[in-house]
Design a protein around this ligand. Structure first.
Ligand code: FES
Length: 331
């Protein structure tokens, strides 16, 4: 492959807006295996182009830190430090090294639409790994967006490293069955009355990655009731596995993606919708969807079992981004 071809793929991807990526996700959505359908969109919500482009605006290495401060970024918001760990909640992570190699090798795939490019790469990974392309369709999209955001050299340096373990079980049917399995209170609802408790799987790859929520309790409060300190995983988690600060929808620390059971949360209020928009977390949420993929844990009351994944960072993309650009003179 020539340098020109590598540049052609990157140039093609750089010409795609966030909306174009989301339209491509809509187009390929039915072709993504159910095990990764939600996870793929959640990854794209966690790593929006707006975050990448805001941080990349300045050529001065000190200024991304200044932009990060202005956007109130907390946690680990550097995708380049997490290229092998950010994908671990997807089933397709089993094929991550193959995905990186396929993206690097498939410069010619840039001749079609974005959706066609994703499909073409997924077909080739599927053929090489002898798996149905639907199982790698989502991770192929993630691989292309990763390439778009962190560039050829960084991907090439890590092209043979695998996704950071632990990973989901190799059998996708097992993953789906576990997400659909009801907790004991879900099975015997009629016996429990108001004392029902639900399972909240906050890390489905760990056997201990579950806490219990009293019926009607919000996810953040229920996580805090574990009484455990999770700062060894992330300094934003002093009280339970979900990052929290304000608990009233003000700080944006507690945003999560729902892998399963989103219909088991209280419907989104106009207040929560407005807060998600303010933070810039709502890219993949459907405005008409009362139970969307991305929620604030402190605003989501539990009414059944759910499986979620936690964003490694939080911040205020829109307002701070604009303020930062003005302050740095790049607006
Ligand atoms: S804890 Fe602050 S918004 Fe949820």
């Amino acid at each position: 492959m020539t340098v020109m071809e590598k540049t052609r793929l990157l140039s093609f991807l750089e010409a795609q807006s966030q909306d174009a990526w989301l339209r491509a996700l809509d187009e390929i959505g039915p072709s993504i295996h159910p095990v990764d359908r939600e996870a793929t969109r959640i990854w794209f919500a966690f790593w929006p182009l707006e975050l990448n482009d805001a941080l990349a605006e300045s050529k001065d290495p000190k200024e991304p830190m200044e932009i990060a401060r202005l956007m109130d970024l907390e946690g680990n918001w550097r995708l380049e430090e997490q290229l092998d760990s950010s994908v671990s909640f997807l089933y397709g992570a089993h094929y991550w090294a193959r995905v990186k190699n396929a993206v690097l090798a498939e410069a010619d795939a840039a001749t079609g639409s974005l959706a066609a490019t994703i499909r073409s790469i997924a077909q080739k990974i599927g053929a090489a790994e002898r798996v149905d392309p639907s199982l790698v369709m989502g991770i192929a999209a993630v691989g292309l967006m990763m390439f778009r955001q962190i560039g050829f050299e960084r991907i090439e340096r890590s092209k043979d490293t695998k996704a950071t373990p632990p990973l989901l079980p190799q059998d996708p049917a097992k993953v789906l069955a576990r997400r659909e399995r009801k907790s004991a209170d879900g099975l015997f609802t009629f016996l429990k009355g108001v004392n029902r408790k639900w399972d909240v799987r906050w890390e489905e790859k760990r056997t201990d990655g579950v806490f219990r929520a009293i019926n009607g309790q919000d996810l953040a409060m229920a996580g805090g009731d574990t009484g455990s300190d999770f700062r060894h995983l992330d300094y934003r988690r002093p009280a339970g596995p979900v990052p929290v600060e304000c608990r009233v929808g003000s700080c944006g620390y507690c945003w999560v993606g729902l892998l399963a059971g989103r219909e088991n949360l209280s419907p989104m209020t106009s207040f929560e919708r407005e807060r998600l928009r303010y933070f810039g977390y709502d890219a993949v949420n459907d405005i008409k969807d009362a139970n969307p993929l991305i929620r604030l844990a402190c605003q989501s009351q539990c009414q059944g079992d759910v499986t979620l994944t936690i964003s490694p960072w939080n911040g205020e993309l829109d307002r701070r981004h604009d303020e930062g650009r003005k302050k740095l003179g790049t607006a």
